[in-house]
Design a protein around this ligand. Structure first.
Ligand SMILES: [Zn+2]
Length: 335
């Protein structure tokens, strides 16, 4: 009989609390809602032929003609190209114009989900992420942060079925990033050690929550997982900036990401999911020192639960699955 968890755990970096209440519900089910054929249809897919459907193309990889991945401008961008102005006030409120870049990265095959990519396709995705990140980050002012993320499945926010990632720059530091960033800085100042190293060392010692590792990366279910079956991926040699990762590691990163996604798919009945890259802010005065305290990483979140009144009212997530159990299931899923 598995031990039931009923405790609040505090995240070491963000100081956020998570409530583990594993008796509350049975294991969440990953089954997608019945997807209607219009959503999956290739015929009306705007990403099938980006040129024909009038997309504004940035570039194709490896080239525009024989593209395996293509960067296009989002037709309905959350942030827009423009002149970077100073922030201003309306009444007591701070306002900042939503200036930035919002691109979509389309992958060639309509029917191949990211979790089904081959190692080569995954490596290409990593290369495209890095290259576009570097271009956006060096494209001028007003870019404090560049976020790369991937939504798969309608319930996880993918309005278009065709596999695609997104990349958005923001003129402000997003709150979750800011919390981790300053949280890890404070930890370093207090302890003279990278908090991420401490956590990875502890995971290695405990051997309970690691689901996979290769020569250069490690994937585990965090002790303070906010969501059921959450997985985090870290480079074994810490780097602060994702985009500066040596090219020689692209293949290993694709491997750890794909194995993690395939395990989630297998163990949880092909759930919708999100993943994103948390990396250091684009430019700060202490850019060089960031390596001393911050490590970029990927977070994968299978979409198995929704935030309801308690979460919205308190900012505390309730997680009904013990991360030890989640990791055991994912570890066992052979892919
Ligand atoms: Zn398509």
């Amino acid at each position: 009989m598995d031990k039931l968890l009923n405790e609040f755990r505090q995240d070491l970096i963000s100081s956020d609390w998570v409530l583990f209440s594993t008796a509350r519900a049975k294991r969440p089910n990953g089954k997608k809602e019945e997807e209607n054929s219009v959503y999956k249809s290739k015929e009306n897919c705007p990403f099938e032929d980006p040129v024909k459907s009038g997309q504004e193309i940035v570039w194709g990889y490896p080239n525009e003609k024989e593209w395996q991945a293509m960067v296009i401008k989002n037709k309905y961008p959350a942030v827009k190209q423009g002149v970077c102005g100073p922030d201003w006030k309306t009444g007591p409120f701070n306002i900042f114009d939503a200036v930035g870049v919002h691109d979509v990265i389309i992958f060639k095959d309509h029917d191949i989900n990211f979790s089904d990519f081959t190692g080569e396709q995954g490596t290409e995705a990593v290369r495209v992420y890095k290259r576009r990140y570097q271009e956006i980050a060096s494209s001028g002012g007003c870019i404090d942060y560049v976020m790369i993320f991937h939504n798969s499945g309608r319930e996880a926010g993918a309005s278009i079925y065709h596999p695609h990632s997104q990349i958005i720059s923001t003129p402000i530091l997003p709150p979750d990033v800011s919390k981790s960033f300053y949280g890890s800085l404070k930890f370093y100042q207090d302890n003279k050690k990278r908090v991420y190293d401490l956590i990875i060392d502890w995971e290695r010692e405990q051997k309970k929550r690691i689901i996979y590792e290769n020569d250069n990366f490690i994937a585990f279910c965090p002790f303070v997982s906010k969501k059921p079956y959450e997985v985090r991926i870290f480079s074994k040699e810490s780097h602060a900036h994702f985009e500066r990762m040596p090219d020689g590691l692209d293949g290993d990163l694709a491997d750890v990401l794909l194995v993690s996604l395939k395990k989630i798919k297998k163990a949880l009945n092909d759930p919708p999911y999100n993943f994103f890259i948390h990396t250091a802010p684009v430019e700060t005065s202490s850019s060089e020192k960031i390596h001393e305290f911050y490590s970029w990483h990927i977070e994968i979140l299978p979409k198995l639960s929704i935030s309801a009144g308690f979460e919205l009212g308190t900012g505390i997530d309730i997680n009904v699955v013990d991360p030890d159990m989640a990791a055991e299931e994912l570890r066992k899923a052979n892919v």
